[in-house]
Design a protein. Structure first.
Length: 495
């Protein structure tokens, strides 16, 4: 069937469900808002409940003859130049796991950039895949990692020719993007697939002034979050497939294995409507966003004590290949305070929630939804922060390791360490022990320590000093890091 992007099959099916007066004696139990508490309805509105329809036997799913979801996925694939698209209501955290399990299997190797999101590590724990870590490109001046180079993947394949494929994260939450075409060529020369975790790149297919879209660059599977840079609801994700290096039915099976049997039609509808919006209006919306963010960047650069990282900071030899300007990464080290204190101050004083925050940076994530009003409010808050920064104080020092200290030895598979017998010991006694948990500064959610890695003094000092300065590390058993969960002695090799 030819693509008509004026269609929104899931949204149309929802409208028909309401117009036809369907009566469900099935979940969801609120029965079109009738059973929801009045106080809940007052906050959420009835539209949320009216759109919360059972997929199977209510609206549609992949097994239903009406095919609204299937048609919506076909339209999405056409919109982004993929051969197949799958919708997910469990976020890209599920989608990337399904992709990994379609390429590799327990005890098989997969090349993975060590700047991967914690959901990738969760996939390793669940699957038993053996990671071959590929080092990111580290900027020692800015204490920032950019995606691994194609040459680094080439060397990894030379050392591990039995690797089943590769996984790269691009763009990063900081907006720096890999040379995906070169990485895909490295993989395809060996008939190996490349998975791109492009969670921050849902907008990329719709404007030529943005970094290369993974499907156009030759990726075999691409995962993206519609809720991050698009207009979908939280947890809305899609993953795309092309070529014959990853089997369609295997990918569908892995997604079914991991996914919920109660998908939210609300999330499907958000994805479907966003695709229509982008195809019909996306170029103009993104052009406006790029013009707006260009102006905002120039204005922030004029604020005392602030520097906006740009293409010259992030791209070039030993750094990223492409750059997305919509994440506005602001270095505030010259203000004499840290990013954690600055972000907390902006929330308390101006009700502005920043995105990425670290020991020297805060960031504002712009999308097509921003306008002069939101930009003006941000600029007002940043100017006030510049004036008041002296009252915040520098905060405790964060001891950021150098590149040689960042990567501990991987003693055993993440799965083996995570499921081993464990003990919680004082952090001071943990140096040399094998971690049994992730330790992840969040956001952006890139683990500093993985299960199966041997803990080092520089990493523990970094994380504990970070927590003392305001860093959020939510996944350890003890989020204060006074104690650390490690593998019990003798429970895994090397522990």
């Amino acid at each position: 069937m030819p693509a008509d992007h004026h269609e929104a099959p899931v949204l149309d099916a929802l409208a028909a469900y309401k117009e036809n007066g369907e009566l469900g004696f099935s979940p969801p139990g609120h029965k079109q808002a009738r059973g929801a508490a009045p106080a809940v309805r007052a906050v959420l509105g009835d539209a949320v409940f009216l759109g919360d329809v059972l997929a199977i036997g209510g609206l549609d799913d992949r097994r239903q003859t009406s095919g609204a979801l299937r048609r919506a996925e076909e339209l999405m694939a056409d919109a982004v130049h993929a051969e197949h698209t799958f919708f997910s209501t469990c976020g890209s955290s599920l989608s990337v796991k399904a992709a990994m399990l379609s390429v590799a299997a327990p005890h098989r190797k997969l090349l993975i950039g060590r700047d991967a999101h914690k959901s990738v590590v969760a996939g390793l724990i669940l699957s038993g895949i053996e990671p071959v870590w590929v080092e990111p490109q580290w900027d020692p001046e800015r204490h920032l990692a950019h995606p691994p180079s194609a040459e680094t993947f080439e060397r990894a394949f030379e050392r591990h020719p039995d690797a089943c494929g590769a996984l790269v994260t691009s763009p990063t939450p900081y907006g720096s993007a890999a040379d995906l075409r070169a990485i895909a060529e490295v993989c395809h020369r060996r008939s190996r697939p490349v998975i791109v975790d492009e969670a921050w790149g849902a907008h990329l297919p719709f404007h030529e002034d943005l970094p290369s879209w993974a499907m156009d660059a030759g990726a075999d599977v691409c995962v993206t979050s519609i809720h991050k840079m698009g207009s979908g609801l939280e947890q809305g994700s899609v993953f795309h497939l092309q070529g014959d290096l990853v089997d369609h039915d295997t990918l569908a099976s892995r997604a079914d294995l991991l996914g919920t049997t109660s998908p939210s039609v609300l999330l499907y509808a958000g994805i479907d409507g966003w695709r229509r919006q982008m195809v019909l209006e996306g170029h103009g919306l993104l052009s406006h966003a790029l013009d707006l963010v260009g102006d905002v960047r120039e204005r922030i650069e004029k604020i005392d004590g602030m520097h906006v990282n740009d293409r010259d900071d992030f791209c070039g030899p030993g750094r990223a290949t492409e750059f997305d300007p919509l994440p506005v990464i602001i270095d505030i080290s010259a203000l004499g305070t840290n990013g954690y204190r600055a972000a907390d101050w902006l929330r308390a004083r101006h009700r502005i929630d920043m995105h990425l925050v670290d020991h020297r940076r805060i960031s504002a994530q712009f999308t097509h939804a921003d306008d002069e009003d939101t930009a003006g409010r941000l600029l007002e808050g940043l100017r006030d922060l510049s004036r008041q920064a002296g009252t915040l104080g520098p905060g405790p020092a964060v001891h950021v390791p150098g590149p040689d200290e960042l990567r501990p030895d991987q003693v055993c598979l993440p799965r083996d360490a995570y499921f081993a017998a464990t003990e919680d010991i004082p952090a001071e006694q943990a140096v040399g022990r094998v971690a049994a948990e992730m330790m992840t500064p969040y956001p952006p959610g890139i683990p500093a320590v993985l299960p199966g890695e041997r803990l080092t003094e520089p990493l523990l000092r970094y994380l504990r000093s970070g927590v003392g300065a305001g860093m959020n590390v939510p996944d350890p058993a003890d989020t204060t890091l006074r104690t650390v969960r490690v593998c019990a002695e003798g429970s895994v090799p090397g522990a």
